[in-house]
Design a protein around this ligand. Structure first.
Ligand code: S3P
Length: 175
């Protein structure tokens, strides 16, 4: 199964992806931001943004998405902004991919977002709210299914996803 988790900063994409990875032995976990940092010498995403800019970051994001677009047993966790880049979305959402939107209310996002070093676009609540509102319809457009994670723990979200993606066998009773 190929799963892509989309959603705003702080929606739990990376945490839920790694929880899913620990639930399924053969499922690879790819966090796009971590992949980008792995091949660069910057200590975090903010430093990369400051030195190379948004366009460069988006190119890198697209390249990582393309590098992994043939994997079929994988959960991918891209950054929140990926939905604004159709070519990257095309590389992520190959046929058969399950795209899951981790929705969370803006209030809960503000409480959850702590790692500012890796979130140069979360400058302040007003700027973040503008981005949040702009992206909301895009998450809805690109998702196969949405989960309201506002009042859920990451492990509860991972359990819900697991129940959705694990094939179930229905055994017909013979009367
Ligand atoms: C971004 C979100 C970040 C990171 C980069 C850009 C965005 O990822 O990719 O700072 O455009 O909202 P998270 O969604 O993991 O915070």
């Amino acid at each position: 199964m190929r799963v892509v988790l989309i959603g705003f900063m702080g929606s739990g994409k990376s945490t839920v992806a790694s929880l899913l990875g620990s639930m399924y032995r053969k499922l690879q976990v790819i966090d796009l931001d971590s992949e980008i940092l792995r091949t660069h010498d910057y200590k975090n995403i903010s430093q990369l943004f400051a030195e190379r800019g948004n366009e460069y970051f988006r190119q890198q994001e697209k390249q990582v998405a393309e590098r992994f677009n043939t994997l079929s047993s994988v959960v991918l966790s891209p950054g929140a902004g990926v939905v604004e880049y159709p070519e990257t979305m095309k590389a992520l959402l190959t046929p058969g991919t399950y795209s899951i939107y981790l929705y969370a209310s803006f209030n809960s996002i503000c409480q959850r977002v702590t790692d500012i070093a890796n979130r140069p676009l979360f400058k302040n609540a007003d700027a973040a709210l503008e981005l949040y509102n702009r992206r909301l319809p895009l998450y809805n457009k690109y998702c196969t299914v949405a989960i309201d994670t506002t009042n859920l723990s990451p492990s509860a979200v991972a359990e819900i996803i697991s129940a959705m993606i694990t094939p179930t066998t229905i055994i017909k009773r013979s009367n």
